[in-house]
Design a protein around this ligand. Structure first.
Ligand SMILES: Nc1ncnc2c1ncn2[C@@H]1O[C@H](COP(=O)(O)OP(=O)(O)OP(=O)(O)O)[C@@H](O)[C@H]1O
Ligand SMILES: [Mg+2]
Length: 421
């Protein structure tokens, strides 16, 4: 049971949280307090796992969050506020909060946050319980035990796309990047739709879903050895661009049949047979997707300049740092970079403590056209700014300039040299 202590001066909020938790089999209300000071006193009596701390009622609450994370390393803090401003989010993060919820939050949002943070801080709780090491206060959490990862790619490179917040652009960027890689390099490129529950790569690329990952399962079940390359190739659908696509199951029930081990074996086979393996995922921390993140050479995280996307990207960066990923494995990509809505890029980079590795402009007309026609925009409009941005992202991923976009720069330098000697 995940035990939650709610700290909020408003009785309504306390009741809302109590009702949301009461409906869950794996979480319960440990108690309620109205001030940060009272909460600190209650912690040693109630032993909560998570303190849900409002920033609205009491100016000392940010300080209380710091005290809690320092004095009680096994307790995680989620801060709540009526105000979703960047400054507020930043204060919460600096105070050591692991998550931030804007009030009024839906019961699902609360429960998802509680579960994610609980899972995220597993390592920290274990360390606190065995007193192996003091918990870091602001620098993140203890690394959990080593995971059974697929390991670094030997031949092919794996690029996993993961929107920390749904709708941030994972599928759009993954599909177009795969096609851009194929066009620019003519190497073997695979696109694996690991959006197992509701994967939509098939729709985006207008493919006939004659076979999906589910068709690989009988062979994997009956034969523990490596996946037969010939059979894998038959199950993958060729796209007009030359990219080969492994589709997601056709329904969520079928997705249940795919285990983390299946996914891992598929990754090994793809990596052995392709130069580049581009993978689309969905926002979750479940084992199947953590394996795909582990196996990646680069994890691409599209985010937009919107508070929920930024908050979730921060949470994802906490997870990847807890999994001991090297910082250059994770690339933050600013999608719809020119749709700012008052949020400054520098502020976001400061909150995330990470710079954006690439930017992709907003182009609603072209993305909609591309979706409706089922043809990626990098194919139909290679010279559009959004396509050039994708090509730049692909160049960043392979670590070398690709395509006309990158070639254009040296040409201009050449002209300058000609003119100025
Ligand atoms: N740069 C962009 N400019 C304009 N629209 C965009 C851009 N990137 C993505 N979109 C649009 O935003 C919507 C969500 O994008 P997409 O499906 O790629 O996100 P996702 O992270 O895969 O979402 P989901 O959680 O549904 O899987 C789509 O309608 C897409 O066309
Ligand atoms: Mg998607």
């Amino acid at each position: 049971m995940i035990r939650v202590l709610v700290v909020d001066a408003t009785a309504e909020v306390q009741e809302h949280v109590a009702a949301a938790l009461a409906a869950q089999p794996d979480a319960e209300l440990a108690g309620a307090a109205t001030t940060g000071q009272h909460a600190i006193e209650l912690i040693s009596v109630l032993h909560p796992d998570i303190v849900l701390l409002s920033m609205d009622d009491d100016a000392t609450h940010a300080a209380a969050a710091e005290t809690i994370t320092t004095r009680f390393p096994s307790v995680s803090v989620i801060m709540t506020s009526r105000d979703g401003e960047t400054a507020q989010l930043r204060r919460a993060m600096l105070a050591g909060a692991r998550h931030f919820l804007v009030k009024p939050f839906a019961p699902d949002e609360l429960i998802d946050g509680v579960r994610s943070v609980y899972r995220l801080d597993e390592g920290r709780r274990a360390a606190a319980a065995t007193q192996l090491a003091p918990a870091p206060v602001t620098a993140g959490i203890m690394s959990p035990p080593p995971r059974a990862a697929t390991g670094p790619a030997r031949e092919g490179k794996i690029f996993t796309f993961y929107s920390a917040k749904g709708g941030a652009g994972s599928t759009t960027l993954a599909c177009n990047t795969a096609v851009a890689l194929k066009r620019a390099t003519n190497k073997e490129v695979a696109l694996f739709d690991c959006g197992l529950l509701f994967g939509d790569v098939g729709v985006v690329l207008n493919l006939n879903p004659r076979s999906t990952i589910v068709d690989l399962l009988p062979q994997m079940e009956s034969n523990p050895g490596p996946l037969d390359p010939e059979f894998l190739s038959q199950v993958m659908i060729p796209h007009a661009s030359g990219v080969k696509v492994l589709l997601a199951p056709s329904s969520p029930e079928k997705a249940e049949l795919v285990t983390a081990e299946h996914v891992q074996r598929v990754l090994v086979a793809l990596r052995d047979q392709f130069d580049y393996v581009v993978i689309d995922t969905w926002p979750t921390f479940e084992e199947r997707i953590l394996n795909v993140l582990d196996a990646a050479d680069k994890v691409v995280v599209p985010t937009t300049l919107e508070m929920p996307a930024i908050k979730n990207s921060k949470l994802l960066l906490d997870v990847t740092s807890a999994l001991a990923y090297s910082p250059d494995k994770v690339l933050m990509v600013l999608n719809r970079a020119d749709s700012r809505g008052g949020i400054r890029i520098q502020d976001v980079e400061q909150i995330l403590q990470k710079q954006f590795a690439a930017e992709v402009v907003s182009d609603g007309r072209l993305t909609t056209l591309s979706l409706n026609e089922g043809v990626p925009f990098v194919m139909t409009h290679p010279d559009a700014p959004i396509s050039k941005d994708i090509m730049r992202l692909a160049s960043t991923l392979v670590g070398a300039p690709l395509g006309a976009t990158e070639e254009a720069k040296p040409k201009r330098a050449g002209l300058l040299r000609t003119v100025f000697g």
